[in-house]
Design a protein around this ligand. Structure first.
Ligand code: 5GP
Length: 191
């Protein structure tokens, strides 16, 4: 049986990758998702085991040390990681798996699984990214500045990704990712 395609969606904080991810799942219901583990506290409405597995720092460290994470990163003060086994099991069953993770994590996945397809989501401009981050109203001025500085560094390195798309219009961005997935599946003969 053919293995599935591992798709990694990444990009700077505030670029809208979470929205693209949700829309993709609506449009491509056969995609399998991975539930990440995180040390951050659940936000209102978030369900343990659905949005994330919320774990202690100790539990996260033991998962990391036992090789249970496919990749992991510490970003904005919290640790995030992708449990390895469910992803590899689904791929082995021939299912396509979608990860929505930060740039450091995406780089690790590409190194470990060169056959995966990595997609970087770019903002129309850094000014627009700033406007979105400020508009979200969830971060302090200092946090916005830190996220923007990191975003500029990440954007400068986007050439290491297999594909880059610009999220100026959400429908167009989702169409672009779908086209990338379909082309990759065709070229890898996973249909
Ligand atoms: P949030 O706290 O807003 O849910 O996510 C913060 C950042 O962590 C986002 O950029 C998101 O893509 C990233 N993230 C979520 N899960 C993972 C994961 O399993 N691994 C990595 N490397 N990043 C993740």
């Amino acid at each position: 049986m053919k293995t599935g395609l591992l798709i990694v969606l990444s990009g700077p904080s505030g670029v809208g990758k979470g929205t693209i991810y949700s829309r993709l799942l609506e449009r491509m219901p056969d995609l399998t998702v991975s539930v990440s583990v995180t040390t951050r506290k659940a936000r209102e409405g978030e369900i343990d085991g659905k949005h994330y597995y919320f774990v202690s720092r100790e539990k996260f460290a033991s998962m990391r040390e036992n090789g249970e994470l496919l990749e992991w990163a510490e970003t904005v003060g919290n640790c995030y990681g992708t449990p390895r086994k469910p992803v590899l099991d689904r791929l082995a069953e021939g299912k396509d798996v979608l990860l929505e993770i930060d740039v450091k994590g995406a780089v690790q996945v590409k190194r470990a699984y060169p056959g995966c397809v990595t997609v970087f989501v770019l903002p129309p401009s850094v000014e627009e990214l700033k406007r979105r981050l400020v508009g979200r109203g969830t971060e302090s001025d200092e946090q916005v500045a830190a996220r923007l500085a990191l975003a500029e560094k990440e954007i400068a390195e986007h050439g290491i990704f297999d594909h880059s798309i610009v999220n100026a219009d959400i429908d167009k961005a989702v169409d672009d990712v779908i086209k990338i997935i379909e082309n990759e599946k065709r070229s890898k003969n996973i249909c």
